[in-house]
Design a binder for this molecule. Structure first.
Ligand code: CP
Length: 306
């Protein structure tokens, strides 16, 4: 039985297979419409979500399966003190696969140790968000035609942004990848990510504070929200929250074929006027998120559609 805790749980070949399957699902959705009939997905969300929960549910429904679950810690027995390990034992009796989001880093890992069904990490604290990474990879590969030889700017909250951490883990395994890390000093990419991941893989990177400095050289700009929920005090969040705002004027500095991605939700970091720029890919990214989660569910359930 396979779980997905981090992009590193998948080899590059397995990642490519999931992306290929997602492309086939996009082209031939009818082929997959009954693939999960009789199967159930449980969504165990101890932290708020719009995209990740609903896209997992849409993915299972598109495959002909059913869904059940909870959307907050307050609406399940965690509020009475039930542990994650006990909860997953229950859910293993109710469902065939589950997606778990939790504010504590490592909680989905605890779950998979006590689970008899595949567990998907749907985001754990500031740690990892592997299904967002699958979404990002599918978006980049579909719109750029490749996952190698790319210069990628990661902008915003690189300290707490779990989507950034997972994306770096996945992309360092492809050739010709370079990163420009764009953040204020307080929200720099953590040392363990720079030293144990980027430097260990000999991936070139530089750190800059001004977005304008990086924009002209990028193939991809990956914007992120300042993660309010991970700050220890409101004052620091207020000081940081509008540090970066991508607007139409700044987009003039970028290449004609640079793509703007964002895992969403967006707050102020991308002005609404950018939405109509053909380089804005963040709403297309949401649709790719459904295809790739369909592919992931089929892969983890070992369902082969001919
Ligand atoms: N991208 C993402 O994780 O969005 P949600 O928090 O809405 O699930």
């Amino acid at each position: 039985m396979r779980h997905l805790m981090s992009p590193l749980d998948l080899t590059v070949e397995e990642l490519d297979n999931i992306l290929n399957l997602a492309n086939d699902i996009e082209l031939h959705p009818e082929k997959y419409a009954h693939a999960c009939e009789g199967k159930k997905l449980a969504t165990l969300f101890y932290e708020p979500s719009t995209r990740t929960r609903l896209s997992h549910e849409a993915a299972m429904l598109n495959l002909g399966g059913s869904v059940l679950g909870f959307s907050s810690a307050d609406s399940c027995s965690a509020s009475k003190g039930e542990s994650v390990s006990d909860t997953i034992r229950m859910v293993s009796c109710y469902a065939d696969i589950c997606a778990m989001r939790h504010p504590k880093e490592g909680a989905p890992m605890v779950a998979c140790r006590h689970s008899s069904i595949p567990v998907i990490n749907a985001g754990d604290g500031g740690h990892q968000h592997p299904t967002q990474t699958l979404t990002d990879l599918l978006t980049i590969r579909s719109l750029k035609g490749r996952l190698d030889n790319l210069k990628i700017g990661l902008c915003g909250d690189l300290k707490f942004g779990r989507t950034v951490h997972s994306l770096i883990h996945a992309l360092v395994r492809y050739t010709g990848i370079e990163f420009v890390l764009i953040s204020p000093e307080e929200l720099r990419l953590p040392g363990y990510m720079r030293e144990d991941v980027l430097e260990k893989h000999n991936v070139p990177y530089k750190e800059v504070v001004r977005m304008e400095e990086a924009l002209p050289e990028l193939d991809i700009l990956y914007m992120t929200r300042v993660q309010k929920e991970r700050f220890f005090n409101e004052e620091d969040y207020v000081r940081m929250k509008d540090f970066y705002i991508l607007d139409a004027k700044k987009m003039e500095l970028a290449n004609e074929d640079m793509l703007v991605l964002h895992p969403l939700p967006r707050v102020n970091e991308i002005a609404v006027e950018v939405d109509k720029d053909p380089r804005a890919a963040y709403f297309k990214q949401v649709q790719y998120g459904v295809y790739v989660r369909m592919a992931l569910i089929l892969t983890l359930l070992e369902i082969d559609v001919k």
